[in-house]
Design a protein around this ligand. Structure first.
Ligand SMILES: *[C@@H]1O[C@H](CO)[C@@H](O)[C@H](O)[C@H]1NC(C)=O
Ligand SMILES: *[C@@H]1O[C@H](CO)[C@@H](O)[C@H](O)[C@H]1NC(C)=O
Length: 429
């Protein structure tokens, strides 16, 4: 291949540190020998590899001041962002290729398209979701704002030199609805989401035990793990650890998990033939329905299921995922065409999940191969009962869990790099 180093501009109208995907694009581009200018907000730290890379440069957008009136604020913010973005685009090295994240579409897509036209550079859009379907959630489906947003997306998408998107379902939808051709690049989790060893689990569970003393045992270890002469082992009788993260909003129906936990409790209380462990269910996240459900849970007075709703530091969130035995995801997507990042993160920790099924979830969650999908709380209940039957000593279940973990580890390793070199690299040359 000819050595053709390019200047690539990566635009995110959001916090770069919380846009793992645009960071991975940048790293992959740098690995190919290109020079990268990232334009975005700098609220959180980006990946170390980005900070230390000699061919990746940063240009920060300034957060717009807030105006209390909603519509006025939206208009003002858009103009502010447009001017700010134009300014930085001209300050950065003149790009040969520009790749911009959508959503948000306003004002980024128009500004970037115009800029590329003026400086004659290649214009690429990376579709993470639809801006108009997100807009429809906050105003309404047929409001003017939603329609304008959609027009802008379609306009820019048709004029882009290339489009990437996050799922095959989105690729098909882009083509069917708007004749926009795109190629799929599936997401990968940030590096901090990785499997951890028993020692790290033990340390984390002890830390969690400081908040919840019921997780500690009398010998100074935890109810899950023992420490004898510096050696950490799992207890042969231990509770199952279930984890879920939710924003406690109406679009994630928490009552589904709630009913399944109730069924689990009933199963033990009624003395059914299955042997089941006690269950610790950790639910992280904040939102306005949290109080309501916590109240409801404490009224149930479950004896065999403990629900914890800890507030975790960001660095502890990957640890709880990596320490759990099973994850639960209740997310459904605004467009039905993007995949839940929380499952991607759980998979990064090699944590199998039970995920609420929707249109394109099978691109990530392969039922019975790397995890499970469900359509109802009855199905979730059955999955939980099966997963934790005779836990942790059931040969068949242990084998399934091992198989899932192997699948997840292999899948994560392959996901980004190979497909990026094969599918994305040529687009930048
Ligand atoms: C959930 O329901 C949909 C639509 O009826 C179906 O296609 C899908 O296979 C179901 N998922 C599972 C895991 O049974
Ligand atoms: C890479 O892309 C191809 C074609 O889009 C897809 O079939 C394959 O599953 C992808 N591989 C991974 C590991 O995501």
């Amino acid at each position: 291949m000819v050595n053709s180093k390019k200047n690539v501009c990566v635009v995110v109208l959001g916090d770069v540190g919380r846009s793992p995907r645009m960071q991975y694009h940048s790293l992959s581009l740098a690995e190919m020998g290109h020079t990268v200018d990232i334009i975005g907000y700098g609220e959180t730290e980006p990946l170390n590899a980005i900070k230390t890379s000699e061919s990746i440069y940063y240009h920060f957008l300034l957060a717009p001041p807030r105006i209390p009136q909603k519509l006025l604020n939206y208009a003002f913010k858009s103009i502010w962002q447009a001017l700010n973005l134009i300014f930085l685009l001209f300050i950065a090295r003149k790009p040969d290729v520009l790749i911009v994240q959508n959503p948000p579409a306003v004002p980024t897509l128009l500004v970037c398209w115009l800029f590329c036209l003026v400086v004659r550079c290649k214009f690429i859009i990376d579709w993470h979701n639809y801006a108009h379907s997100l807009m429809a959630l906050s105003v309404s489906k047929d409001s003017l704002l939603t329609r304008i947003t959609q027009r802008i997306e379609v306009f820019a998408g048709r004029r882009a030199d290339h489009n990437f998107c996050v799922t095959n379902a989105m690729k098909e939808d882009l083509y069917k609805t708007w004749q926009i051709k795109a190629t799929t690049l599936h997401d990968k989790p940030p590096e901090i989401f990785r499997p951890i060893d028993l020692k790290e689990k033990h340390a984390f569970l002890k830390k969690l035990g400081k908040m919840y003393p019921q997780l500690l045992s009398d010998d100074g270890s935890t109810v899950f793990t023992s420490e004898v002469n510096d050696e950490i082992t799992y207890k042969t009788e231990r509770p199952g650890l279930l984890v879920s993260s939710t924003s406690w909003t109406e679009d994630e129906d928490f009552s589904v998990l709630f009913s399944s936990l109730q069924a689990y409790e009933n199963h033990i209380v009624e003395g059914n033939s299955r042997k089941l462990p006690e269950l610790v269910c950790c639910i992280t996240g904040r939102g306005h329905l949290k109080e309501y459900y916590c109240q409801k849970i404490s009224e149930q007075n479950w004896q065999h299921v403990a629900v914890l709703t800890p507030w975790l530091e960001p660095a502890d969130y990957p640890s709880i995922l990596a320490s759990a035995d099973l994850g639960v995801c209740l997310h459904t997507s605004s467009s039905g065409l993007d995949l839940p990042m929380k499952v991607v993160d759980m998979f990064g920790c090699a944590l199998p999940v039970c995920a609420y099924d929707f249109k394109c979830l099978d691109e990530l969650v392969k039922h019975g191969v790397n995890s499970y999908r469900f359509n109802s709380s009855e199905e979730l209940s059955k999955l939980l009962l099966d997963w934790f039957q005779n836990f942790p000593n059931d040969e068949i279940q242990m084998e399934t869990a091992r198989k899932f973990k192997t699948e997840l580890e292999a899948f994560q390793n392959l996901r980004w790099r190979e497909n990026w070199s094969r599918i994305a690299a040529p687009v930048f040359n």
